[in-house]
Design a protein around this ligand. Structure first.
Ligand code: ZN
Length: 429
């Protein structure tokens, strides 16, 4: 034995010649590509007035590598770029699917979706929810050596192009966290003041930007600008670290509550950067019970075996993204730099698409049962309706909004067909 072994597979050349794909990978790629290249809405509908069914297969070239970027921030939370600048950068970096996952807000999504129309890029509406994991929360035997341990946990949520079902409830949930952040930032300033490092509230909110809940990073930047510390690293290492002298807790929900909230609003719940956690195994166990779907495993420097094994053990999908903030410093992974294997992208979409389809159906059902302006907003919240010269019925509008997200087969779902039938009775003003 031993001769003729096929060790070629082991030589991975990054960006080098094509490797031969297995049959499984080929099928996965086909599946992923089909979804990624569903028709983009046409901005200029040149006179095909009566053809209300958008073309189902995009004209875009289908590639053998699909770059997913599933973790990124804009200045709607603590990133530095606007959502449109982020989308443009993603495009430059070859990203085909971008999830904008700002902290505790969905406010950047409409702009990102709008900007993405210019490029051949798909936006997955996302959010990164600040939560707290506490060992107290359940009737778990409290370990005498570490009673009541608590740590911050970030939960990523991914939605369909319609966003969360039960939008108001979900938005309230996020709003409560954001309000807590204002309170928390104020407390941090109080503590810094007592440490003889006064900062002006206006200074911090100016750094955070209009309407953005200030976070630790904004306070850290203010500390640097005020000359209290040399750099961001020092601000964190000396004062702002978890439990540090100027640290303050917000009003974050428990990690379990956040996961359950994501599940019931038609999202996919994923544990962010588990390598930053003190108790990853315990947290994964508990969150899996709450409905967790996936866990970040891939980074720019490769796959982390520990968490990959954990994902296997608990039946979680394996994801990852660069967590790009646009800070521009060394050590920041570029946008789109995580190479998510096609099988991982496939597993993610296989899991997510039925969840998203359910959420879309719920939102549309609500709309047809009460075609009010407010319910129409649920349908068009994340995508401005494209008004064309020809057909502008509500049915047409809904079709257009769905065609970038659902395949022909999914559109043939009985519930959706029934919804479309009812929609055709309703005229758009
Ligand atoms: Zn993040």
């Amino acid at each position: 034995m031993g001769e003729g072994n096929k060790d070629k597979r082991k030589k991975k050349k990054r960006g080098g010649a094509k490797r031969r794909m297995t049959a499984e990978q080929t099928l996965a790629l086909k599946y992923v590509n089909e979804w990624v290249h569903l028709a983009q809405p046409q901005v200029d509908d040149s006179g095909k007035g009566d053809d209300f069914l958008p073309e189902m297969v995009g004209r875009a070239t289908v590639s053998d590598k699909v770059v997913f970027e599933l973790h990124s921030h804009s200045f709607c939370s603590d990133g530095f770029l606007s959502p449109s600048a982020l989308v443009e950068k993603a495009h430059q970096n070859g990203v085909k699917v971008l999830a904008l996952t700002d902290h505790d807000t969905l406010s950047g999504i409409p702009e990102a979706l709008d900007a993405a129309r210019k490029f051949d890029i798909k936006i997955i509406p996302g959010v990164e929810i600040s939560t707290v994991f506490s060992t107290r929360q359940k009737f778990e035997l409290i370990n005498r050596e570490d009673p009541e341990s608590e740590e911050p946990v970030h939960i990523l949520a991914y939605y369909s192009s319609y966003g969360p079902a039960r939008f108001e409830e979900f938005d309230k949930f996020l709003e409560n966290i954001r309000d807590g952040r204002y309170l928390r930032a104020k407390n941090m300033l109080l503590k810094l003041n007592m440490l003889k490092m006064p900062l002006k509230w206006e200074h911090v909110t100016r750094i955070a930007g209009n309407g953005v809940a200030p976070g630790r990073l904004h306070v850290a930047r203010a500390l640097v600008e005020a000359g209290h510390v040399e750099d961001l690293k020092q601000a964190f290492a000396r004062y702002l670290y978890d439990g540090g002298p100027a640290y303050s807790k917000g009003r974050e929900p428990s990690a379990e509550d956040a996961v359950q909230m994501v599940c019931k609003s038609g999202g996919v719940a994923v544990l962010a950067h588990p390598w930053a956690l003190k108790n990853p195994l315990r947290i994964v166990k508990r969150l899996k019970e709450a409905g967790l779907h996936g866990i970040e495993v891939y980074r720019s420097d490769g796959k982390l075996a520990v968490f990959s094994d954990m994902a296997d053990a608990y039946g979680l999908v394996k994801l990852g993204g660069s967590d790009y903030h646009g800070k521009g410093g060394h050590g920041e992974s570029p946008l789109g730099s995580v190479s998510l294997p096609v099988l991982a992208a496939h597993d993610f979409l296989r899991l997510a698409r039925p969840i998203w389809l359910d959420a879309i159906r719920d939102i549309l059902k609500q709309y047809v049962s009460d075609p009010s302006e407010q319910n129409l907003e649920h349908v068009t919240r994340f995508g401005k309706p494209i008004v064309t010269k020809g057909n502008n019925s509500r049915k047409d509008l809904v079709y257009r909004s769905l065609s970038t997200w659902l395949t022909k087969e999914e559109m043939q779902h009985e519930d959706l067909k029934a919804i479309m039938l009812r929609l055709s009775d309703v005229a758009l003003k």
